[in-house]
Design a protein around this ligand. Structure first.
Ligand code: PLP
Ligand code: COI
Length: 366
């Protein structure tokens, strides 16, 4: 089955009043308000045990009914994605690399023993929602419409095996700045906890990974930091990623390092895009191991001049300070660096349709 699946549009009995929406769009924050609609598609098996997607709907945003025995509530069979739609200067609406999110969604589905969604159906579902909620683009500088596609196991069954019924949903949330602090550079806390081990689910975007990161994240917040950093599970030495972002390190000799995709970190689409843009900027880019000790030493010697976090929600965010139980160190001046600013400007200009898209990353909606 593919995007030829037709979507039923259910009427909205009471869309948000224009003045209420305008207030949200002027000050959206991140992830706390939702648009008027959502998309829902069901997956189930027929009498012959052949599974398929059906009942695609664009419907009013609202609670969903779940059997209390639904597998997702017990064994956490859940995956999600995050991507943004942008309003371009010519008024058109565009998604950034939705095909890459579709591929990663299916890689996550495989790891969590869930059915894959045809890539064109994944993208079509998102487009349907953006069109339905086209009046929900933030009016603030740097705003976008954050899309959250996700899939849950809905079968009512307590045996531990892959479920036989699933629901795919897409919701949308007007988004401004991810970090509440609004600081020019973020402070990160190196956790003693482990996020992902070899052979685990670290490379999948499943809710369970984030559940496991909440205690370390709360600890980071309580200590006054903006994000948590995880090291590798085996040696607790190598830098992996933040709770919801990948990391880059920039050196005075023009080289740029990001941890390699070893199966325990999320293969970020922002990370991948920045690797390409950085090469185009003439930087020597490598995906390799980098230790916390080396980071501390390179920051002290001045060899390391900048570090930044990247992801759909956080875009490109400078890291100013790093702390663990042994103390803290500052990166460069502790504020935003030049290279970070340049890469962010290039990426966001492409996403926002202010620079030509030479890479085929921008997907304009009809
Ligand atoms: N790492 C984690 C754990 C994330 O949650 C995210 C956000 O999606 C990223 C990295 C960055 O991925 P992307 O750039 O595709 O948003
Ligand atoms: C994203 O950047 O899309 C994320 O999923 C990160 C975070 C909000 C969980």
């Amino acid at each position: 089955m593919s995007a030829s699946l037709s979507f039923t549009h259910l009427p909205h009995p009471a869309p948000t009043a224009a003045e209420v929406r305008a207030a949200v769009l002027a000050n959206p924050g991140f992830g706390s308000t939702f648009t008027d609609h959502m998309v829902s598609i069901e997956w189930s098996e027929d009498a012959n045990g052949i599974g398929g997607w059906h009942d695609a709907q664009v419907l009013p945003y609202g609670p969903i009914a779940l059997d209390p025995a639904a597998s997702v509530l017990h064994y956490a069979q859940e995956i999600f994605e995050g991507l943004k739609a942008y309003r371009h200067p010519d008024g058109s609406m565009a998604l950034f690399r939705p095909d890459a999110n579709a591929r990663r969604f299916n890689a996550s589905a495989q790891r969590l023993a869930m059915p894959e969604l045809p890539e064109d159906l994944f993208v079509e579902a998102i487009q349907q929602l953006v069109r339905a909620d086209k009046d929900w683009f933030p009016t603030v500088e740097g705003g976008s419409l954050y899309l959250r596609p996700f899939m849950i196991a809905t079968e009512a069954f307590l045996g531990v095996r892959p479920a036989k019924q699933y629901k795919f949903l897409v919701i949308a949330s007007p988004a401004g700045n991810y970090f509440k602090s609004g600081a020019p550079a973020v402070s990160i806390w190196v956790s003693d906890y482990t996020r992902a081990a070899p052979g685990g689910t670290g490379a999948a975007k499943c809710g369970g990974n984030y559940a496991a990161s909440l205690v370390p994240t709360a600890e980071a917040f309580a200590l006054g930091h903006d994000q948590v950093l995880f090291l590798d599970a085996a040696e607790h030495k190598w830098i992996e990623e933040l709770g919801g972002m990948n990391l880059f390190f920039a050196f005075e000799d023009g080289s740029l390092i990001t941890p390699a995709l070893t199966g325990t970190i999320l293969p970020g689409i922002t990370r991948d895009s920045l690797l390409t843009l950085a090469r185009e900027e003439g930087l020597t880019v490598s995906e390799e191991r980098y230790s916390l000790d080396q980071w501390r030493a390179d920051a002290a010697s001045g060899k390391l001049i900048e570090a930044f976090a990247c992801g759909t929600a956080a875009v490109v965010t400078p890291v100013g300070k790093v702390a663990d139980r042994s103390g803290e160190f500052t990166i460069g001046t502790g504020g935003p660096g030049q290279l970070t600013g340049k890469l962010k400007a290039r990426l966001t200009a492409i996403q926002r349709g202010e620079e030509p898209d030479a890479h085929g990353w921008v997907s304009v909606l009809d």
